[in-house]
Design a protein around this ligand. Structure first.
Ligand code: B12
Length: 243
């Protein structure tokens, strides 16, 4: 890793939020790729924080200070990745699900989606299934994207997918899930239309979802085989319960 990226990672680890902005700005003006700053600088620093937190070497106050540094670094990059598009690729409602206050990853995904030309409505953290449904309705959204970092809040994703499919919305809404404990298998199980492990692939997934939306809804577009497979899972479990 270059020494600048290592310095950015170190700022996150040590929570030096006042130093991170000038560092990121100088890296950008020296031509360092914003994606490399995010991956090898900011995220890599937060990964170390995560390991230290798990090993009880760092505690919540230090993690919060690291999160503040990460946020300052992300803000400094934002204007380099967010472009003003006249034609939006579509509207994405994004939020961290009910009971979960982690927003660093969600903010990165929101920023990358905005940068790619999506209109992003950010519900913040602790967003209830009803809040996702209402925001999707009010904004005529194509995609609802959910983030969860706690295994205990992952079930809220399933509830939100269910609430969206039961709501009488004017247009089909696709769902996308992510966050450290979330996997493709979990996305399939709950009937979400897409999963992505990080922000750049979230943009690719969102593009495929809106491309799929121009097709008739039917059994789900080709980009969303999970929907059919989730339906099968539900049917199997209903049969198993004798319904
Ligand atoms: C920072 C942090 C905090 C901060 C959050 C600050 C903030 N503003 O977000 C604070 C201190 C508040 C916190 C609190 C807690 N935390 Co915490 N936290 C973390 C930590 C260290 C880093 C998370 C992070 O920001 N990672 C960096 C980002 C960039 O990565 P990411 O979130 O995974 O996002 C990427 C992908 O997942 C993906 N992605 C994310 N969202 C989405 C959404 C979509 C749609 C898509 C497609 C992709 C996608 O793209 C992102 C960018 O690449 C993790 C450890 C870890 N290794 O994850 C623990 C961790 C998540 N926390 C944990 C715990 C237990 C807690 C607390 C319960 C602690 C406590 N005792 O109070 C509380 C819960 C509070 C709550 N109700 O939410 C556990 C969870 C364990 C579990 N199995 O559930 C972890 C794993 C730590 C651990 N090893 O024990 N935490």
């Amino acid at each position: 890793m270059s020494s600048t990226l290592q310095e950015i990672a170190d700022c996150v680890i040590a929570g030096r939020f006042d130093e991170i902005k000038p560092l990121v700005e100088s890296a950008l003006s020296n031509g360092v790729d914003p994606q490399a700053i995010i991956d090898a600088g900011l995220r890599s620093g937060m990964q170390v924080v995560g390991q230290k937190f798990k090993a009880n070497e760092l505690f919540i106050p230090e993690v919060l200070i690291a999160a503040r540094a990460m946020k300052a670094g992300t803000e400094a990059i934002k204007r380099h990745v967010v472009t003003d598009y006249t034609d939006s690729l579509g509207t994405v409602v994004i939020g961290t699900v009910k009971g979960d206050l982690h927003d660093i990853g969600k903010n990165l995904v929101a920023m990358m989606l905005e940068g790619a030309g999506f209109q992003v409505i950010d519900l913040g953290t602790d967003a209830s299934p009803e809040a996702f449904v209402e925001a999707a309705r009010e904004n005529d959204a194509e995609i609802v994207a959910m983030s969860a970092l706690l295994t205990t809040t992952m079930p809220k994703m399933a509830e939100t997918v269910h609430a969206l499919s039961s709501a009488d919305l004017d247009r089909p809404v696709r769902t996308m899930v992510g966050g450290a404990p979330v996997s493709q298998g979990f996305a399939t199980e709950i009937g979400a239309d897409a999963y992505a492990p990080e922000a750049a692939s979230a943009v690719e997934a969102a593009r495929s979802l809106v491309a799929g939306l121009s097709r008739p809804r039917g059994d789900g577009p080709p980009c969303c085989p999970q929907r059919a497979s989730a339906r099968r899972l539900r049917q199997d479990s209903e049969k198993g319960r004798g319904r």
